[in-house]
Design a protein around this ligand. Structure first.
Ligand SMILES: Nc1ccn([C@@H]2O[C@H](COP(=O)(O)OP(=O)(O)OP(=O)(O)O)[C@@H](O)[C@H]2O)c(=O)n1
Ligand SMILES: C[C@](O)(CO)[C@H](O)COP(=O)(O)O
Length: 229
Protein backbone atom coordinates (compact mmCIF):
# COMPACT_ATOMS: atom_id res chain seq x y z
CA UNK A 1 0.00 0.00 0.00
CA UNK A 2 1.18 3.55 -0.73
CA UNK A 3 2.76 5.24 2.27
CA UNK A 4 3.26 8.88 3.26
CA UNK A 5 4.94 10.50 6.24
CA UNK A 6 3.97 14.04 7.22
CA UNK A 7 6.71 15.46 9.40
CA UNK A 8 5.24 18.38 11.34
CA UNK A 9 7.84 21.00 12.26
CA UNK A 10 5.70 24.12 12.13
CA UNK A 11 6.21 25.11 15.77
CA UNK A 12 8.33 27.89 17.19
CA UNK A 13 9.98 25.92 20.01
CA UNK A 14 9.16 28.36 22.85
CA UNK A 15 10.20 25.89 25.57
CA UNK A 16 13.58 25.23 23.95
CA UNK A 17 14.50 28.94 24.10
CA UNK A 18 17.18 28.43 21.43
CA UNK A 19 18.28 31.16 19.00
CA UNK A 20 17.88 28.70 16.12
CA UNK A 21 14.43 26.99 15.80
CA UNK A 22 14.84 23.62 17.53
CA UNK A 23 14.03 21.57 14.41
CA UNK A 24 17.21 23.00 12.81
CA UNK A 25 19.56 22.37 15.76
CA UNK A 26 22.44 20.04 14.93
CA UNK A 27 22.43 16.52 16.35
CA UNK A 28 25.68 14.63 15.62
CA UNK A 29 26.48 17.54 13.26
CA UNK A 30 23.28 17.26 11.15
CA UNK A 31 19.92 19.06 11.46
CA UNK A 32 17.40 17.27 13.68
CA UNK A 33 14.97 17.18 10.75
CA UNK A 34 17.45 15.22 8.64
CA UNK A 35 17.57 12.46 11.27
CA UNK A 36 13.77 12.40 11.46
CA UNK A 37 13.21 12.24 7.69
CA UNK A 38 15.93 9.58 7.31
CA UNK A 39 14.30 7.16 9.78
CA UNK A 40 11.17 7.05 7.60
CA UNK A 41 13.22 6.57 4.39
CA UNK A 42 15.16 3.77 6.11
CA UNK A 43 11.87 2.14 7.13
CA UNK A 44 10.39 2.31 3.60
CA UNK A 45 12.49 3.38 0.61
CA UNK A 46 9.36 4.26 -1.41
CA UNK A 47 7.62 6.37 1.27
CA UNK A 48 6.63 9.92 0.23
CA UNK A 49 7.82 12.58 2.65
CA UNK A 50 6.00 15.83 3.37
CA UNK A 51 7.75 18.35 5.60
CA UNK A 52 5.65 21.06 7.28
CA UNK A 53 7.57 24.20 8.33
CA UNK A 54 6.60 27.80 9.14
CA UNK A 55 6.77 29.66 5.83
CA UNK A 56 9.28 32.19 7.19
CA UNK A 57 11.66 29.28 7.93
CA UNK A 58 11.72 28.04 4.32
CA UNK A 59 14.85 30.08 3.41
CA UNK A 60 16.77 28.70 6.41
CA UNK A 61 15.76 25.16 5.47
CA UNK A 62 16.86 25.72 1.84
CA UNK A 63 20.24 26.93 3.12
CA UNK A 64 20.58 23.90 5.40
CA UNK A 65 19.76 21.63 2.45
CA UNK A 66 22.62 23.28 0.52
CA UNK A 67 25.04 22.92 3.45
CA UNK A 68 23.99 19.27 3.97
CA UNK A 69 23.39 17.85 0.45
CA UNK A 70 22.64 14.41 1.98
CA UNK A 71 19.24 15.80 3.08
CA UNK A 72 17.88 16.08 -0.47
CA UNK A 73 19.94 13.15 -1.77
CA UNK A 74 18.62 10.71 0.81
CA UNK A 75 15.30 12.28 1.83
CA UNK A 76 13.63 14.12 -1.07
CA UNK A 77 10.46 15.73 0.23
CA UNK A 78 7.62 18.14 -0.46
CA UNK A 79 7.72 21.33 1.61
CA UNK A 80 4.41 22.65 2.96
CA UNK A 81 3.73 25.75 5.08
CA UNK A 82 2.60 25.20 8.67
CA UNK A 83 -0.24 26.68 10.68
CA UNK A 84 -0.69 28.41 14.04
CA UNK A 85 -1.22 25.18 16.00
CA UNK A 86 -0.03 21.61 15.56
CA UNK A 87 -3.57 20.74 14.37
CA UNK A 88 -3.36 23.36 11.62
CA UNK A 89 0.12 22.17 10.59
CA UNK A 90 -1.07 18.54 10.37
CA UNK A 91 -4.11 19.77 8.42
CA UNK A 92 -1.85 21.52 5.89
CA UNK A 93 0.17 18.32 5.50
CA UNK A 94 -2.94 16.19 5.00
CA UNK A 95 -4.30 18.62 2.39
CA UNK A 96 -1.04 18.31 0.44
CA UNK A 97 -1.83 14.64 -0.25
CA UNK A 98 -3.85 14.67 -3.44
CA UNK A 99 -5.14 11.10 -3.50
CA UNK A 100 -8.15 10.12 -1.39
CA UNK A 101 -8.04 6.34 -0.87
CA UNK A 102 -5.77 3.35 -0.27
CA UNK A 103 -2.82 5.04 1.33
CA UNK A 104 -1.48 5.04 4.88
CA UNK A 105 -0.25 8.31 6.31
CA UNK A 106 2.06 8.64 9.32
CA UNK A 107 2.05 12.00 11.07
CA UNK A 108 5.21 12.47 13.10
CA UNK A 109 6.74 15.27 15.17
CA UNK A 110 9.76 16.70 13.37
CA UNK A 111 11.46 16.92 16.73
CA UNK A 112 11.32 13.18 17.45
CA UNK A 113 14.47 12.22 15.51
CA UNK A 114 15.17 9.04 17.47
CA UNK A 115 12.09 7.04 16.52
CA UNK A 116 13.28 3.54 15.62
CA UNK A 117 12.95 2.10 12.13
CA UNK A 118 11.45 -1.07 13.64
CA UNK A 119 8.75 0.91 15.45
CA UNK A 120 7.85 2.73 12.22
CA UNK A 121 7.64 -0.54 10.29
CA UNK A 122 5.62 -2.33 12.98
CA UNK A 123 3.23 0.62 13.32
CA UNK A 124 2.55 0.66 9.56
CA UNK A 125 1.93 -3.11 9.65
CA UNK A 126 -0.53 -2.67 12.52
CA UNK A 127 -2.33 0.19 10.76
CA UNK A 128 -2.63 -1.85 7.58
CA UNK A 129 -4.28 -4.66 9.55
CA UNK A 130 -6.34 -2.69 12.08
CA UNK A 131 -6.98 0.72 10.46
CA UNK A 132 -4.69 2.89 12.59
CA UNK A 133 -1.69 2.80 14.91
CA UNK A 134 -0.48 5.25 17.54
CA UNK A 135 2.83 4.76 19.36
CA UNK A 136 2.69 4.73 23.16
CA UNK A 137 4.84 3.68 26.13
CA UNK A 138 4.07 2.99 29.79
CA UNK A 139 5.03 5.51 32.42
CA UNK A 140 8.18 4.65 34.39
CA UNK A 141 7.29 7.27 37.01
CA UNK A 142 4.49 7.46 39.56
CA UNK A 143 1.69 9.77 38.48
CA UNK A 144 -0.61 12.17 40.35
CA UNK A 145 -3.51 14.30 39.14
CA UNK A 146 -4.62 17.69 40.42
CA UNK A 147 -8.00 17.86 42.17
CA UNK A 148 -8.93 21.57 42.21
CA UNK A 149 -11.84 21.01 44.65
CA UNK A 150 -9.67 19.35 47.32
CA UNK A 151 -6.53 21.29 46.35
CA UNK A 152 -4.48 18.09 46.32
CA UNK A 153 -2.68 15.87 43.86
CA UNK A 154 -4.10 12.34 44.15
CA UNK A 155 -2.25 9.23 42.90
CA UNK A 156 -3.27 7.48 39.66
CA UNK A 157 -2.71 3.81 38.79
CA UNK A 158 0.18 4.06 36.33
CA UNK A 159 -0.61 0.64 34.83
CA UNK A 160 -3.69 2.33 33.37
CA UNK A 161 -1.72 5.25 31.87
CA UNK A 162 0.01 5.44 28.49
CA UNK A 163 2.34 8.17 27.28
CA UNK A 164 1.58 8.96 23.67
CA UNK A 165 4.24 9.37 21.01
CA UNK A 166 4.35 9.73 17.26
CA UNK A 167 4.14 8.48 14.53
CA UNK A 168 0.37 8.15 14.45
CA UNK A 169 -0.78 6.32 11.32
CA UNK A 170 -4.17 6.44 9.60
CA UNK A 171 -5.89 5.80 6.26
CA UNK A 172 -5.69 8.95 4.13
CA UNK A 173 -9.48 9.14 3.60
CA UNK A 174 -10.07 9.00 7.37
CA UNK A 175 -7.47 11.70 8.00
CA UNK A 176 -8.95 13.97 5.35
CA UNK A 177 -12.38 13.66 6.97
CA UNK A 178 -10.96 14.19 10.47
CA UNK A 179 -9.09 17.35 9.51
CA UNK A 180 -12.23 18.91 8.07
CA UNK A 181 -13.50 19.21 11.66
CA UNK A 182 -13.28 22.50 13.49
CA UNK A 183 -10.27 22.98 15.75
CA UNK A 184 -10.79 22.01 19.42
CA UNK A 185 -8.49 22.88 22.33
CA UNK A 186 -8.22 19.21 23.30
CA UNK A 187 -6.58 18.32 19.98
CA UNK A 188 -3.10 17.68 21.41
CA UNK A 189 -2.24 15.09 18.77
CA UNK A 190 -3.66 13.61 15.56
CA UNK A 191 -5.28 10.65 17.33
CA UNK A 192 -7.52 13.05 19.28
CA UNK A 193 -8.69 14.57 15.99
CA UNK A 194 -9.49 11.20 14.38
CA UNK A 195 -11.10 9.91 17.60
CA UNK A 196 -13.70 12.69 17.50
CA UNK A 197 -15.13 11.00 14.40
CA UNK A 198 -15.86 7.92 16.54
CA UNK A 199 -12.83 5.89 15.44
CA UNK A 200 -11.30 3.59 18.06
CA UNK A 201 -7.60 4.40 18.49
CA UNK A 202 -5.11 1.50 18.38
CA UNK A 203 -2.06 1.87 20.62
CA UNK A 204 1.14 0.07 19.65
CA UNK A 205 4.43 -0.19 21.55
CA UNK A 206 6.65 2.87 21.10
CA UNK A 207 10.26 3.19 22.21
CA UNK A 208 11.62 5.08 25.21
CA UNK A 209 14.37 6.62 23.07
CA UNK A 210 11.70 8.27 20.90
CA UNK A 211 11.91 11.46 22.94
CA UNK A 212 10.42 14.77 21.81
CA UNK A 213 13.10 17.47 21.82
CA UNK A 214 11.22 19.99 23.93
CA UNK A 215 13.58 21.58 26.49
CA UNK A 216 17.38 22.09 26.41
CA UNK A 217 18.33 18.93 28.34
CA UNK A 218 16.59 16.83 25.67
CA UNK A 219 19.40 17.75 23.26
CA UNK A 220 21.99 16.35 25.68
CA UNK A 221 19.98 13.13 26.01
CA UNK A 222 19.59 12.88 22.22
CA UNK A 223 23.35 13.41 21.67
CA UNK A 224 24.09 10.70 24.23
CA UNK A 225 21.61 8.27 22.69
CA UNK A 226 23.01 8.76 19.16
CA UNK A 227 26.70 8.57 20.08
CA UNK A 228 28.37 5.69 18.20
CA UNK A 229 25.02 4.90 16.56
N1 LIG B 1 1.97 25.29 14.99
C1 LIG B 1 2.66 24.16 15.18
C2 LIG B 1 3.06 23.77 16.48
C3 LIG B 1 3.81 22.60 16.61
N2 LIG B 1 4.14 21.88 15.52
C4 LIG B 1 5.03 20.71 15.63
O1 LIG B 1 4.53 19.75 16.53
C5 LIG B 1 5.62 19.04 17.12
C6 LIG B 1 5.45 18.91 18.62
O2 LIG B 1 5.30 20.20 19.18
P1 LIG B 1 6.21 20.90 20.28
O3 LIG B 1 7.30 20.06 20.77
O4 LIG B 1 5.28 21.51 21.24
O5 LIG B 1 6.92 22.02 19.37
P2 LIG B 1 6.76 23.57 19.46
O6 LIG B 1 5.34 23.96 19.34
O7 LIG B 1 7.71 24.10 18.45
O8 LIG B 1 7.35 23.86 20.91
P3 LIG B 1 6.78 24.81 22.07
O9 LIG B 1 5.43 24.24 22.45
O10 LIG B 1 7.80 24.73 23.14
O11 LIG B 1 6.67 26.19 21.46
C7 LIG B 1 6.89 19.79 16.73
O12 LIG B 1 7.61 19.05 15.77
C8 LIG B 1 6.39 21.10 16.22
O13 LIG B 1 7.22 21.72 15.24
C9 LIG B 1 3.71 22.27 14.25
O14 LIG B 1 3.99 21.59 13.27
N3 LIG B 1 2.98 23.42 14.12
C1 LIG C 1 1.86 14.75 19.51
C2 LIG C 1 2.62 14.59 20.80
O1 LIG C 1 4.01 14.56 20.57
C3 LIG C 1 2.24 13.25 21.41
O2 LIG C 1 2.91 13.11 22.63
C4 LIG C 1 2.31 15.69 21.78
O3 LIG C 1 0.96 15.64 22.13
C5 LIG C 1 2.69 17.06 21.28
O4 LIG C 1 2.42 17.99 22.29
P1 LIG C 1 3.02 19.44 22.34
O5 LIG C 1 2.16 20.20 23.29
O6 LIG C 1 2.93 19.97 20.95
O7 LIG C 1 4.39 19.33 22.86
Amino acid sequence: MKKYAIIVAGGTGQRMKSAVPKQFLLLQGKPILYHTLLQFKKAFADIELILVLPQDQFPTWHLLCQEHPEILQQCPHQLVKGGNTRFHSSQQGVQAILINHHALVAIHDGVRPLVSVTCIQQAFQHAQKHGNAVLAVSSKDSIRQWDPNENIYFPLDRTQIKLIQTPQIFEVSLLKKAFQQEYQDFFTDDASVVELLGTEIQLVEGNYSNIKITTPEDMLIAEALTQNA
